[in-house]
Design a protein around this ligand. Structure first.
Ligand SMILES: *Cc1c(COP(=O)(O)O)cnc(C)c1O
Length: 491
């Protein structure tokens, strides 16, 4: 018997068995995997097999031991991370791509959807004039955007930084609330993490315009190249949106690249009640958004947008390679005509970023937008913003709650308060751990102006108003229990 054959002929049956396990998972009736850790560890943690068990057993293992002991992230009440349980359309599309188009290149329907969905996504987010490229997440998307910024800043000085590196120190201006992947990107790009100039925020978590002006002024005669201003359209911490218009104008005045990190918050522009906060987005030289956050894709999909992808090309080209050129006959003026899908690379995404082999991500975004349309996406975004607003109103009104920051998007920062609690940070941290262990509603915590806050971030497609209500109820109940325990101990 041939034992090295991966069985694919039965994919329909096999997938339906895995699908049944996933449907069961999506009922969210299982315990947290921590509770049964000994059992599944025993079943799974076996020695390297010399003989295979066959694909039927693999499916059984997946359904019996792996899937039911997966992550809490998919739960509707999970509001800690901005990544969330993916929608079914997203998962089906990525499964289809992994079989029918293992790479995003060459003339295929998938390659078409790669570009089409980038245009849809740009258009949906009001940056229809920009060109995009997908990557694995906001970390890489920010890296690509800052790579374009580096290329731009030095080309102005007659120097190709992509080819020859960075000959002079640079500064990048980003707020204290900006995502730390900005720092790491600077490290990877060879300008150094310390090139990031941290600009102070106001009490709402937005970059202070006066502080930015002062920092740029201060650098003026230093010989340091001002490389980019990084604005956040929705900070990870609180969802704050920097004053994009003012920051964009400063960037223009000074000829500095203007980057907008909208990994989480860019889809917020769909909510017309807060659209004015995105004024100035049209001035951006680069913008990123993570479809694997608010839009509901499975993790592994981000997009970077710039005005002209040729700049990305000059920043990131790997330069021609024989194994690539030899694989695909590019149509040229001398040898025109396409007679096979491998006669055309399609859009050469491998030169616009840092990944060569890469999955088709466009089909995922295409499926999600096509499934519910811009209208559906808008409704979802507004529902989540409403949920944060609902918590905020309750926190303002209830004597045992305190609103720590009025929400801009779908994050609300609040805490439990009661007379006689000395250390509210410690108290709320305890409350939070108890809440998590109940395994129903799982927000994170954060710091807001020096105070520990409970921080639900509503982004999951399966999350609705019931979760916001349940979270409040749980916080109030656990808070009261803890207060009573404190009193008991005091007596
Ligand atoms: C999540 C996030 C990132 C990083 O994205 P990953 O997809 O986790 O790599 C960057 N910026 C902001 C504002 C984010 O919220």
């Amino acid at each position: 018997m041939q034992v090295d054959l991966a069985e694919t002929a039965n994919i329909e049956k096999l997938i339906s068995r895995v699908g049944a396990g996933l449907d069961q998972f999506l009922k969210f009736e299982h315990q947290d995997c921590w509770q049964s850790e000994t059992q599944w560890r025993e079943c799974l943690d076996v020695a390297l097999p010399s003989q295979g068990v066959g694909i039927d057993q693999i499916v059984d293992d997946l359904v019996a031991h792996v899937i039911p002991n997966g992550s809490a992230i998919s739960k509707p009440g999970f509001t800690s991370f901005i990544t969330t349980g993916p929608t079914s359309a997203s998962v089906l599309a990525s499964t289809a791509a992994s079989i029918a188009a293992p790479q995003r290149y060459s003339l295929t329907a998938f390659n078409l959807l790669e570009d089409l969905s980038l245009r849809w996504l740009a258009s949906m987010c009001h940056i229809g004039h920009m060109q995009g490229v997908y990557s694995s997440g906001g970390s890489v998307a920010n890296l690509l955007a800052l790579g374009a910024a580096r290329q731009f800043a030095f080309e102005k000085l007659g120097h190709d930084a992509g080819a020859y590196g960075v000959p002079r120190p640079v500064h990048v201006y980003a707020s204290a609330e900006s995502h730390h992947t900005i720092q790491r990107s600077a490290g990877v790009l060879g300008i150094g993490r310390r090139a990031i100039q941290i600009i102070a925020c106001d009490r709402h978590g937005r970059m202070r315009v006066d502080a930015l002006r002062a920092a740029i002024q201060n650098d003026r005669s230093s010989g340091i190249v001002p490389m980019a201003i990084v604005a956040s359209a929705g900070t990870t911490n609180t969802g704050a949106i920097d004053p994009l218009k003012e920051l964009g104008e400063i960037a223009k005045e000074n000829g500095i690249w203007f980057h907008v990190d909208g990994a989480y918050g860019l889809p917020g522009i769909l909510d017309e009640r807060i659209r004015h906060l995105y004024e100035g987005l049209e001035m951006a030289d680069s913008v990123i958004v993570d479809p694997h956050k608010w839009l509901g894709a499975a993790v592994g999909v981000a997009a970077t947008f710039v005005r002209d992808r040729q700049l990305l090309y000059r920043a990131f080209t790997q330069e021609p390679a024989d194994y690539l050129e030899g694989a695909i006959k590019q149509e040229t003026a001398a040898a025109p005509g396409i007679e096979h899908s491998m006669d055309d690379f399609g859009v050469p995404y491998f030169d616009y970023g840092v990944e060569l082999s890469a999955p088709c991500r466009g089909v995922i975004v295409w499926a999600m937008i096509r499934e519910i349309g811009v209208e559906g996406m808008t409704q979802r975004v507004k529902r989540h913003n409403d949920m944060a607003a609902y918590i905020a109103t309750a926190a303002k009104e209830h004597p045992n709650l305190e609103l720590l920051l009025a929400p801009t998007l779908s994050i609300c920062c609040f805490r439990y308060v009661a007379p006689g609690i000395d250390d509210l940070d410690f108290f709320n941290r305890q409350l939070h751990r108890r809440l998590i262990r109940e395994n129903q509603n799982l927000p994170s915590t954060t710091q807001v102006n020096g105070k520990l806050a409970l921080r639900p971030c509503f982004v999951g497609a399966r999350t609705n108003h019931a979760q916001a209500e349940a979270l409040l109820k749980d916080v109030l109940r656990i808070g009261q229990d803890l207060v009573e325990e404190l009193r008991h101990r005091a007596n």
